[in-house]
Design a protein around this ligand. Structure first.
Ligand code: UTP
Length: 308
């Protein structure tokens, strides 16, 4: 018997990067949050690598008029390339040429006003058209181990699932009860430990009102029906057009699954999350790992001595 025909594979990834990044001021006064580095790459590069690995070949960046740095980063740097070439620095040349691998195109769309994540996603409609698409929030950095899920990134795991179901897929992770008030929390039916259909989504509930401890994190695969819903979504929490509100309206119309990915997510939109990700990636870095471990130990020893 033939296996069922897979549904359309997601090929377009949307990166909403037009937020103001107020939690990282003053750093983000001139440097967009998405350009903050984790060891040797900016946050946006990790998200782009994850999308390309999942099979996306069109990347849509929703930016604002102050965020030239993001577009500049993905542009060709002729002068720098020439200098590196002349100096015989092949390795570095390769690194800057591969910020966008061959065959992958970048499209930039301006969000004129920061009206919220839902509005930022809606700005991608003219490019996305009538096909499923991914949304990645680069400040949610997801680290996957080579030994788990074949080393596949979170978005690839989700794209494989979406190809089987044809529905929308939203990444979730378990959070402790005291943290439900910081997330969208989902209720599901038929959750098998990895995936289940979402029946309800509640924005930032108190622990006693939370329908589960499955929290939405910044990876989505959405069917284009979401655009019609976003067009009529009113301002919600914080006066912003919320993606969560449009997803809540999508639930009775079509299958939207919660997907508990394999991987560790760092909330790099917060100071501690950014620090934690830096520590983890440094300890995992093939060249820096040993030295990083030593300097962290030294810092702990020295600080310990100072405190006593
Ligand atoms: P955040 O809630 O993290 O907001 O947005 P922010 O402005 O980036 O950061 P803080 O809270 O002020 O420190 C979640 C994602 O949605 C994008 C952001 O760039 C981020 O990737 N976003 C948010 C937009 O693209 N446009 C918006 O109008 C709002």
């Amino acid at each position: 018997m033939q296996s069922p025909k897979p549904h359309r594979r997601v090929r377009i990834a949307v990166f909403p990067v037009a937020g103001l990044g107020t939690r990282f001021l003053p750093a983000t006064k001139t440097v967009p949050k998405e350009m903050l580095p984790i060891v040797d790459k900016p946050l946006i590069q990790y998200a782009v690598d994850e999308a390309v690995e999942a099979g996306c070949d069109t990347l849509v960046f929703i930016t604002n008029r102050y965020k030239h740095a993001v577009a500049d980063y993905f542009d060709k740097a002729y002068e720098l390339e020439q200098k590196l070439e002349k100096a015989g620095k092949a390795e570095q040349l390769e690194l800057i040429r591969n910020v966008l691998p061959p065959g992958v195109r970048a499209v930039f769309v301006t969000q004129a006003e920061a009206l919220g994540l839902g509005h930022a996603v809606l700005c991608a409609k003219p490019v996305v058209g009538d096909q499923p698409f991914a949304v990645l929030l680069p400040d949610d950095l997801i680290w996957t181990r080579q030994s788990v899920a074949g080393g596949a990134g979170a978005l690839k795991q989700m794209a494989d699932h979406a190809e089987r179901t044809g529905g929308s897929v939203i990444a979730v992770q378990d959070v402790p009860p005291e943290q439900t008030k910081s997330y969208g929390i989902v209720a599901t039916e038929g959750f098998d430990g990895q995936a289940g259909r979402i029946t309800r989504i509640v924005e930032k509930p108190k622990p006693e009102d939370a329908p589960s401890n499955l929290a939405v994190v910044g990876r989505y695969i959405l069917n284009p029906a979401i655009f019609d819903l976003l067009e009529t979504t009113q301002q919600g929490a914080g006066g912003e057009i919320q993606l969560t509100d449009a997803i809540a309206q999508l639930l009775p119309l079509e299958q939207v699954d919660a997907f508990r990915f394999h991987g560790t997510r760092f909330d790099c939109g917060t100071h501690l999350g950014l620090i934690e990700a830096t520590v983890r990636y440094a300890l995992d870095h093939e060249l820096l790992s040993d030295a990083a471990r030593k300097l962290m130990q030294n810092a702990l020893d020295e600080m310990g001595v100072v405190e006593t």
